[in-house]
Write a protein of this length. Sequence first.
Length: 219
Amino acid sequence: MTERPGGRPGERAPVAGAQGHGGGPSARAPRSDHAGGSAGPHRPPRILLRGRPGVGKTTVVARLAERLRAGGVPVAGFLTREVRAGAARRGFLVESFDGRRGVLADVRIPGPVRVGKYGVDVAGFNQVALPALEGAPAGAVVLVDELGKMELASERFRAAVEELLERPVPVVATVHVHRHPFTDALVARPDVEVVEVTPGNRDRLPEALAARLGATPRG
């Protein structure tokens, strides 16, 4: 997905080993550039795919969904897609994996919630995103693209994400490197693993993550 407004130009990605809630090394969330980590013996994976705008986070999640389904693993959640009018980006849509679609943001929406030049349709987003998280079937992997400034304008969505992370379901979500209090708190959780998405690993991440999440191997 290409760059969206609300970030900090030139900001460096947070370094590996950021402190967790406890303030000490034992509370630090794992950091890696691959998908081979562990969420512990009793917790399903909670993975944040973090990367700079345009690095391919949405593509990784879309391909992961395809690979999981092909490997017999149900998926739930949603993707965020750009809407363009010719060469100009006009806004964003939210698409759930069960086929629902709604407007997330558009330059023609006057507000009151705005991110850059886009007005955010919080109600329209909630109508698609909330059921996609709350209605995840048993055994599904929940994919969330993305935890960005537009999506996080919804208080109900933030609450749904927090509730999701307390349920016994695997979760893979995309986040920007740009700072936000909500995602900063998620990154600091000791049960959350952060995988950095880079041009060097983005093509192999879907297969590696799918294998870890229980998809039947190809062949």
